[in-house]
Write a protein that binds this ligand. Sequence first.
Ligand code: KIV
Length: 271
Amino acid sequence: MSTHGEIKRVTTNTLQWMKQHGEKISMLTAYDFSMARIFDDAGIDVILVGDSASNVMAGHETTLPITLDQMIYHAQSVIRACQRCLVIIDLPFGSYQGNSKEALNSSIRIMKESGAHGIKLEGGEEVCDSIKRITGAGVPVMGHLGLTPQSIYKFGTYAVRAKEEEEAEILLHNANLLEAAGCFSLVLEKIPAKLAAEVSAQVKIPVIGIGAGPHVDGQVLVMHDMLGITKDFSPRFLRRYLNLYEDISDATKRYIKDIKDKDFPNEQEQY
Ligand code: KIV
């Protein structure tokens, strides 16, 4: 049995059900109304309003500059479009690392001002107090381990994480801590498939991978990568379903040409 097409609204309970029944969870990022409407209508299970908006929407090199106000703006736009999927919003860098009260306040602002269904934050043991406090207030929290882009200046590279045994053990330990702290789900980014499989088998909450192999409970991609809008980003884990960069570029060139040639607008395209 599959939940696809049957359920009215995907909830955190639905994701738990999917894990228990072996139905894979589909997740994509979105940042605006129009794309979120297409993804929701197509049946995506979860939309993540990722802080990758800092890269793909605002053009920053890292996810660090995006603000809580900017995340809330994107979240509001996405929420207006979605009738079926679960919508999760990233807590941006600087909005939760200070202490658990700051983390709770930022989460409450997101929930109140956007109408989202939950938040995601990066980190392991160091964010557990915040997770307890946020979930204690009734807000679902998704964790994020492995390559955590908000720590890019600590890592110094976007290379695969936890290849060595010591880091793998810490990651596994942190996954258990996040589950115990109350996370309803976990994202694992860019880690060996074997380790991701181990995490997914060990924790009861759904594990969603990006560059973490097939033996997890679901997959997420950044929409611009999945649709081929970004063309200079080609990690091994990425499968492109369209080549929109080329398609949009061709359409733009044809539009420019039609204007220059005085072909657009024609007789039928005017009043
Ligand atoms: O911000 C983002 O897009 C993310 C995904 C890569 C999981 O965190």
